[in-house]
Design a protein around this ligand. Sequence first.
Ligand SMILES: Nc1ncnc2c1ncn2[C@@H]1O[C@H](COP(=O)(O)OP(=O)(O)OP(=O)(O)O)[C@@H](O)[C@H]1O
Length: 243
Amino acid sequence: MIEVRELTKRYGRTVAVDRLSCTVEPGKVTGFLGPNGAGKTTTMNIALGLHRPTSGEVLIGGRRYGDLRQPMRHVGALLDAGAVHPARSAHHHLRWLALSNGIGYRRVTETLEMVGLAGVARKKVGGFSLGMRQRLGVAAALLGDPGVLMFDEPVNGLDPDGIRWIRELMRSLAAEGRTVLLSSHVMSELEQTADRLVIVGRGRLIADTTVRELADRFGRLEDAYVSLTSQAVEYPAGREGIA
Ligand SMILES: Nc1ncnc2c1ncn2[C@@H]1O[C@H](COP(=O)(O)OP(=O)(O)OP(=O)(O)O)[C@@H](O)[C@H]1O
């Protein structure tokens, strides 16, 4: 479970996250949805101990990230799939991560097979396509067999096969009882995958609901999303000076 409690993050005068509270439950895919700049990445970065909150907290399985012993066994994340040394092989990258986190060698082979990279495991990551890098990022997230997974815009740049693969993976991870948080700024990416939706705008909670509830209330989900977030878009269409 992920618990976000009264979370606020300011960068200078920018309020990236504004007293956000929500609970992300196990056994479900929860979509974390909001326009650009809504505070999704910031919230995830704080959950993963990469940024410090101004106030409030995020708990993973009841503990702050900094208090987790062997964090990769509790939480895995795909944030920036490009952040891998290009001269390293996929296998080398994962083995290094495993070693530094007390994870056994067998799990490296296992995760490479799970994400379909076993055949290119010894090739340099520099030659990987975006889809292959995403798969490697997912393998790294799964390495510690964690109960909580966070994926920041995981389908960005993927082809239809890759998109289907990642959707099915999310669903199967949730079916195994894991907590799966999946961020996106596009409703259509989430409507087939997510059970619950946490919708944010300008750092604030706009809705904490289910896909079904939203569909019942608004009909088309995309309409629901546009209507709910219309006040929270940084650069609304038609504003002067913006094409
Ligand atoms: N390191 C930083 N320094 C200053 N401002 C930041 C920093 N990180 C984020 N921000 C600002 O905080 C706000 C929230 O950004 P964040 O990246 O969390 O939003 P997001 O919902 O993930 O958006 P996107 O969908 O575009 O990734 C934005 O206004 C952004 O410009």
